[in-house]
Write a protein that binds this ligand. Structure first.
Ligand SMILES: [Zn+2]
Ligand SMILES: [Zn+2]
Length: 497
């Protein structure tokens, strides 16, 4: 599948829009629409539930985006969070110095009276044999020497624009967990090992963002800093190494649990020369995105570097008292760091299917029910019948107390099903004549509705009174076949799949 399919579906169905589109868009900024925000919130909610709420060794925080500027001195971001960049003196285009040779280049060839060619990346001109020396974008300008460009967004705190008031939008959420280490430790009376989690926005002024929501300048992270006592051993191994492996397994299992295919996931061990100088080991979970294998999240063993740095720059002790050994120790930290936007892109890409149903194409997003932006759609079979419409609205309102549920009567039933398939709604409820009966003919209804399962397209006839219990079961993971076996299938004529 390619990215354009996802970009177009995202816009058409309200998942993701280009930011400020009516003004021509803002570079690499995206807005989550009505379905996108539900999907994104669901991802964050299950992450928080699985990694914070249900664990006795985890707590959360929600820190401010603007932090004391010294935080970024201590963390190394001020001095080292840079990319080398070059500018074209002619067209002013900016490139990452290490990416220039990976671009196709424009060339005005002296051997063919200056004709313009676009030559594939890294190749010489087929006519004159020259290699690229000028700007690949315009083919005319010289490139400046590489300069280091800091990726942090700079801003001013307070009303005056002067150097003393300079601060930065955080480039990662992690530092707030380190600077709050002692506050959290003392207020919650925690024992090692324990972790602090946070989900929130971060900002990086990437020189070359792109690939839809894969790399953006404003993004959301879900990060955990898991503190362990480096003197402890678990299963005969140093505690930090044991917990690093545990987190790698747990994160991998989490992505699989919510629907990513094992074939599209792999681990990548960072080479020695890729590792930050303080990192003992880093492993990426990579996903086979439409753009190829790329980082979905990273899990790093950052040792005691961060706490020691902040202790040094703040003059405050950031240690833990080891009761057993009667000594103060600086914990090691294992950091599982995931991007919400990337996770969302992966879940969408993996859920996307094009199927053929009776000679027609059906596009379906097979989201895990917990991630699906809409859980249930309530559809009236005949919108001219007041009693059918009224019953459908009542059912929607009742179910909407627990889940995101929509009502739609703007097309024929087959069309409505396809629309819900395309946004990944796991279940549809259809209210028909049989449900409400026909008072003019003296026929009473059976007060049952048809539930239709997105993946199998099978249907079952369920009493209205049991809908809440049935959906609770289904949305909490019960198999359709198991639940539907208790109910009769509807008569075929009622509504097509
Ligand atoms: Zn240029
Ligand atoms: Zn040439």
């Amino acid at each position: 599948m390619n990215m354009d399919v996802l970009v177009s579906l995202s816009k058409r169905r309200g998942f993701v829009f280009q930011s400020s589109e009516i003004y021509g868009g803002t570079g690499s900024c995206w807005d989550y629409g009505p379905l996108g925000v539900e999907l994104k919130n669901n991802i964050k909610r299950v992450w928080w539930r699985d990694f914070v709420q249900t664990r006795a060794d985890m707590v959360g925080i929600d820190a401010s985006i603007l932090m004391h500027p010294t935080v970024w001195k201590a963390s190394g971001h001020l001095d080292h969070f840079t990319d080398p960049m070059v500018d074209c003196r002619e067209c002013k285009h900016r490139f990452r110095a290490d990416h220039v040779d990976a671009l196709p280049w424009v060339h005005y060839c002296p051997a063919t009276k200056g004709n313009k060619f676009t030559i594939p990346a890294g190749e010489p001109c087929g006519h004159c044999g020259q290699r690229r020396t000028l700007c690949p974008n315009c083919g005319k300008g010289d490139l400046t020497a590489p300069r280091q460009f800091n990726l942090m967004f700079k801003t001013f705190m307070g009303p005056v624009e002067e150097d003393a008031a300079v601060t930065y939008l955080r480039p990662e959420t992690a530092q707030a967990m380190f600077v709050n280490f002692d506050n959290v430790l003392q207020s919650m009376r925690l024992k090692l090992p324990f972790g602090i989690a946070q989900a929130g926005r971060s900002f990086r002024n990437e020189i070359t963002p792109g690939n839809f929501i894969f790399r953006t300048r404003e993004f959301e992270q879900m990060e955990i800093e898991y503190f362990v006592n480096p003197n402890d051993r678990v299963d005969g191994r140093p505690a930090d190494e044991y917990w690093h492996d545990r987190w790698i397994e747990d994160c991998m299992a989490w992505f699989r649990r919510y629907g990513l295919s094992p074939d599209n996931l792999r681990l990548r061990e960072h080479e020695r020369d890729e590792l930050a100088h303080y990192a003992k080991r880093t492993v990426d979970i990579e996903y086979k995105f439409p753009i190829g294998w790329s980082e979905l999240m990273g899990i790093a063993n950052r040792t005691d570097f961060d706490l020691k740095q902040h202790s040094k720059w703040s003059g405050k002790s950031l240690t833990y008292f080891d009761d057993e050994r009667k000594e103060h120790v600086v914990p090691f930290v294992v950091e599982p760091a995931a991007g919400v936007d990337r996770a969302l892109l992966a879940f969408m890409a993996d859920a996307y299917r094009e199927e053929e149903v009776r000679g027609e194409k059906r596009v379906v997003l097979k989201f895990h029910p917990e991630l699906a932006p809409i859980k249930i759609a309530v559809l009236p079979l005949l919108k001219k019948r007041d009693d059918i419409v009224r019953t459908a609205h009542t059912i929607r309102a009742e179910l909407a107390r627990h889940w995101r549920v929509v009502y739609d009567d703007t097309a024929a039933i087959g069309r409505l099903y396809r629309r819900q398939d395309e946004v990944g709604t796991p279940y549809c409820v259809t209210v028909d004549v049989q449900t409400v009966g026909d008072s003019e003919r003296g026929e009473t209804g059976d007060f049952r509705v048809t539930i239709r399962d997105r993946d199998s397209m099978e249907q079952a006839r369920v009493p209205i009174a049991e809908l809440g219990a049935v959906f609770r079961e289904l949305l909490e993971g019960a198999a359709w076949s198991q639940v539907s076996a208790r109910y009769p299938a509807p008569p075929v004529k009622a509504s097509g799949p």
